[in-house]
Design a binder for this molecule. Structure first.
Ligand SMILES: NC(=O)c1ccc[n+]([C@@H]2O[C@H](COP(=O)([O-])OP(=O)(O)OC[C@H]3O[C@@H](n4cnc5c(N)ncnc54)[C@H](OP(=O)(O)O)[C@@H]3O)[C@@H](O)[C@H]2O)c1
Length: 278
């Protein structure tokens, strides 16, 4: 497996693959422009390293591309003639469509995947799309690779990978902000921070597990604890006054629009527009 863009997410992928015993460290070759990072990768993961992206691609059966979108064009130009026709390319670059990847790399067999940060502890959710040129073996390998990060879901409509970027890809950001706000509120009430943290983390974790295991709609589970005139009813009224659902929905749509902006900038080969307000 070759890895180009051996940063945080790539490290999660390598960690997952090694932890599951899918590959030995010596079967992973990472390229990185910085010597310090190369030394770090060898010391901690035992993988092989090079400073040339092309060397990571040459001879790889599976090539993971995990650079930031801003450097993707340059990296694709470097890799163009270094990828063997039978190699499976898996990209996790946000906003990089399979068309941009296929044309930029002159290599049609590509998987566009969108993981999320809990992948770093094997609890990720990855949504992926494979071009028709990816055969059954390539799909099986992709399932194994991405399954080592947590749950994986193949979609037949590539648009759903862009949509997933705003839901599961960016989702940990919303959830972590929610956790932070709830811990702060608990501290404001008077709990020591470590106690507040334990209460909130376990509640979020337990609620997700409860919803996942139950056959009922989440609103029914919520109704079960909402007694007339009770504490939950009072709290829900405050959340609705604060437009909680609307704000969350606006955030998901904003992330989706930003994904589409990144996508069209990469399609046109231009730098993405700065975020609105800058
Ligand atoms: N983080 C997430 O939650 C998440 C989720 C889904 C998808 N993604 C996507 O995953 C990709 C990587 O994200 P990340 O969070 O892992 O970022 P990251 O930690 O910055 O990883 C990117 C790595 O690429 C290296 N790099 C820079 N220029 C390079 C070049 N020319 N050739 C080879 N490597 C180069 C960077 O080196 P330096 O350290 O020197 O900059 C860095 O180590 C992004 O495209 C992102 O959209 C991220």
């Amino acid at each position: 497996m070759g890895v180009v863009g051996a940063g945080a997410m790539a490290e999660a992928i390598i960690g997952g693959v090694l932890a599951k015993g899918l590959l030995a460290p010596g079967q992973v070759l990472c390229s990185h422009p910085r010597a310090a990072r190369r030394a770090d990768l060898t010391d901690r993961l035992g993988v092989r390293v090079v400073d040339d992206n092309r060397l990571a691609a040459l001879g790889s059966q599976l090539l993971v591309i995990a650079v930031k979108p801003q450097v993707l064009r340059r990296v694709m130009r470097e890799l163009r003639d270094a990828i063997a026709p039978e190699t499976l390319v898996v990209s996790i670059v946000a906003g990089a469509s399979s068309r941009v990847l296929g044309e930029g790399l002159a290599h049609p067999a590509v998987v566009r995947a969108m993981p999320n940060t809990p992948a770093q502890i094997g609890a990720g959710m990855t949504v992926w799309y494979a071009t028709p040129e990816v055969g059954e073996l390539g799909r099986r390998r992709t399932r194994l690779l991405l399954g080592s990060l947590g749950d994986e879901l193949e979609v037949n409509d590539e648009e759903q990978v862009a949509m997933a970027t705003a839901v599961s890809g960016t989702g940990p950001t919303y959830t972590l902000l929610f956790i932070e706000a709830m811990v702060d509120a608990a501290v404001h009430l008077g709990f020591p921070r470590h106690v507040a943290r334990q209460l909130v983390l376990r509640t979020v974790e337990g609620s997700a597990a409860f919803a996942a295991q139950s056959q009922r709609h989440v609103s029914e589970l919520r109704d079960m604890v909402t007694s007339p005139g009770g504490t939950s009813a009072e709290a829900l009224a405050a959340l609705e006054r604060g437009r909680f659902r609307t704000v969350l929905s606006d955030a998901v749509w904003a992330a989706y629009r930003r994904t589409r902006q990144l996508e069209s900038a990469l399609e046109q080969g231009v730098q993405p527009e700065p975020p609105p307000g800058r």
